[in-house]
Design a binder for this molecule. Structure first.
Ligand SMILES: [Fe+2]
Ligand SMILES: [Fe+2]
Length: 439
């Protein structure tokens, strides 16, 4: 070993000596920013696409991508020069901002999955070629795994994209990315052609007022007191005389309807562009959890003889919450809906246990555990989101005023979605009684 110290020389600032580390850590930093920005923007497409399984899939990819970002940041932190903050460079932000400006969300998704993510895959492959297999083995192990994930993401998305193919939009994004020469500048950089127009400069981004549920029938709310009209009859949920099989059907409907949380939570990433990465990391986990809770119902109900074509999706929560500020939206979700759901759900879990349905018990137990975690996220992040939006009062007062505003907005924006199906066709409490007997 002959280091400068062992030779008795005065250590010098080792920029030259660490050049290889600095060059590679810069790439890790860039990859971190791309993953982070993907999460922040692709999430905005979720309320806009109508296919339920597609929403679930994007939530899963967001979770995996945010995990890539986290590992990259952890590894980067072990190397000199990664940087202490979580900021994303403007050149990346421009491209991802552009990517959500596609008018048709499926064309938007094409841009992400046919241009931006394949370029990310190329960037990871480039990293493997550029780094030293032994010296940088820890990064290499991560990147090898990310490549497998990225290849799978493209494969998993492919069936949804086969119907939409907009060459112009893909070309538009490719041209924007060419200016950087790929995410790592690993290819030749090309100047933007004359007349290239950034849509993001013309068009501020706005979340849709109503979320898209595609082919599915919709309504304002699935909760009510009329067994001839509503699928979840509130008093039946609490009534000890209700058949436990009916309670099980109703809780799976409730869980499936957590898709509304998927749609409104998706909007939080874009709206908190300056948030620390850890906030987006927890939001991504929260989002994926809600998509899985919804999938609990989506997968179990058909097994219990429910025709999902007769189950209307409730849109009220999205429609009302989207009118609120991001901190109000997040306060209502975590401090009101989630924190307020435990007592009823505990009673429901006790009733379902009577059925010795191990799978249902497991799903409900995980749901409960996840929801406890979500309330913890709320306590951790609501003050931070309030700060981002200049809310200076106490959290308690803010939650209280959010509740009041929600009530007012509910009168204005709630109850506006008419039933897609008439009561003879749609799933109601009364029909659940009949289904429970044969399921
Ligand atoms: Fe949930
Ligand atoms: Fe939750």
């Amino acid at each position: 070993m002959s280091t400068s110290a062992s030779l008795g020389q005065k250590p010098t600032r080792g920029t030259g000596r660490m050049a290889a580390v600095r060059e590679l850590v810069q790439m890790l930093r860039m990859l971190f920013e791309v993953e982070r920005e993907f999460v922040r923007t692709v999430s905005a497409l979720i309320p806009r696409v109508g296919n339920i399984e597609l929403k679930y899939l994007v939530c899963q990819h967001i979770w995996e991508s945010v995990s890539h970002a986290r590992f990259l940041r952890e590894r980067g932190g072990e190397l000199s020069g990664f940087g202490k903050d979580d900021a994303v460079r403007e050149s990346y932000r421009s491209i991802f901002e552009e990517a959500i400006r596609a008018e048709d969300p499926m064309i938007g998704l094409n841009g992400f999955y046919k241009v931006l993510k394949p370029a990310l895959l190329d960037a990871y492959r480039h990293y493997l070629e550029a780094t030293h297999h032994l010296a940088d083995w820890p990064s290499r192990k991560l990147v090898e795994e990310f490549i497998v994930d990225e290849e799978r993401h493209l494969r998993e998305m492919d069936p949804y994209l086969s119907q939409t193919n907009d060459q112009d939009w893909k070309q538009h994004l490719s041209t924007a990315l060419d200016e950087l020469g790929g995410w790592l500048g690993e290819r030749e950089q090309k100047l933007l052609p004359e007349g290239f127009v950034w849509n993001r400069e013309e068009l501020p981004y706005r979340h849709p007022d109503v979320c898209n549920r595609g082919e599915y029938p919709v309504c304002s709310s699935v909760f009510g007191n009329d067994q001839e009209s509503d699928p979840i009859v509130r008093e039946w949920l609490e009534d000890p005389k209700t058949d436990a099989r009916v309670v099980r059907l109703m809780i799976f409907i409730w869980l499936m309807m957590e898709l509304d949380a998927v749609d409104y939570l998706s909007t939080m990433f874009y709206d908190t562009a300056e948030a620390p990465f850890d906030l987006h990391y927890d939001l991504a986990r929260h989002l994926w959890d809600e998509s899985r809770h919804s999938a609990f119902g989506y997968r179990q109900l058909p097994k219990l003889k429910v025709d999902l074509g007769t189950l209307e999706h409730s849109l009220d929560l999205y429609n009302i919450l989207i009118q609120m500020s991001p901190p109000e939206r997040y306060a209502m979700m975590t401090m009101e809906f989630e924190a307020g759901s435990f007592a009823t759900k505990a009673h429901v879990m006790d009733r379902v246990r009577e059925l010795s349905d191990f799978e249902a018990d497991t799903l409900l137990a995980f749901d409960r555990n996840d929801e406890q975690q979500h309330v913890r996220f709320g306590h951790r992040w609501l003050p931070e989101i309030m700060r981002l939006f200049g809310e200076t009062g106490s959290v308690k007062e803010f939650v209280e005023s959010s509740r009041e505003r929600f009530k007012a907005l509910e009168r204005e924006f709630g109850g506006k979605t008419p039933h897609s199906l008439n009561p003879e066709i749609r799933l109601t409490g009364k029909k659940l009684l009949a289904i429970a007997k044969v399921a």
